[in-house]
Design a protein around this ligand. Sequence first.
Ligand code: GLU
Length: 309
Amino acid sequence: MNCRHNDELEHFVTEAKKVTVKGKVASYIPALAEQSGDDLSVAVYYTDGTCLSAGDVKEVFTLQSISKVLALALVLMEHGPEKVFHFVGKEPTGDPFNSIIKLETVNPGKPLNPMINAGALVVTSMMKGSTSSERIGRLLEFVRALANNRSISVCKKVAESEFQTSMVNRAMCYYMKEHGIFQAEVEDVMDLYTKQCAIEMNSLDLAKIGCVFALNGKHPETGEQLIPKDIARICKTFMVTCGMYNASGEFAIKIGIPAKSGVSGGIMGLVPYSFGIGIFGPALDEKGNSIAGIRLLELLSENYSLSIF
Ligand code: GLU
């Protein structure tokens, strides 16, 4: 894809990079600890197909929690909102993404929303397909269509690393299974979920996917309606209410755009009908969001009045 380097954007990247020293690369998934903390790149993909970038936008990273939005879109398309929201709620939690506490204290077994790990695991367990490889194949095809890039695939090393270590996610799965929230085998769900989180792309691909959401599910290049409008709207709303972990409220006030982050340091954002943004900055703040990514979005939002509110 042709994406032009932009000096103004580079200026903001240089400024935002200064905070990377205060952040830390995620290490609870061992393979992620190998990422370099001082990286920061951004791509902005406009609805007319033009694209601006700064930093090393060719660098690939795994989606981690950003994949939760894409899996949700696919599963909503497969089953419809009524069935999906029978098993997962629509409310923010105010707790960290991997917290287990509200599974017991609120509505036993039913996770509060699909952006926290418990909710995302339920969504993943609902994905259609008779085998795990058929399911990940379907999801990959969907993600490739969203980014209009056939070469997107799963990073086996990161998937394997998370699969070997993800005991809290397993615990949540068993707890929810006990409460009848899903019937699937826990190890199958974990296999699919860790592969889903390890889907790998660069910030250009991510910006383009953001742009599909900015256009209510329509692809900016192909014109194809890849996600029905009402489902794109649901996904964007979750991005606003729970997309930035338990910092979503502050993010909405300070920056004010639908966005979803992942612990690899990626952020996918969008401004409705204007553009999608893809950011990669692996050093994270204490909530798990890219520290320089947030700073960069703050600068962009202030300078270009991006808030949708
Ligand atoms: N694969 C990660 C996990 O389940 C995703 C977390 C995230 O990016 O927030 O722990």
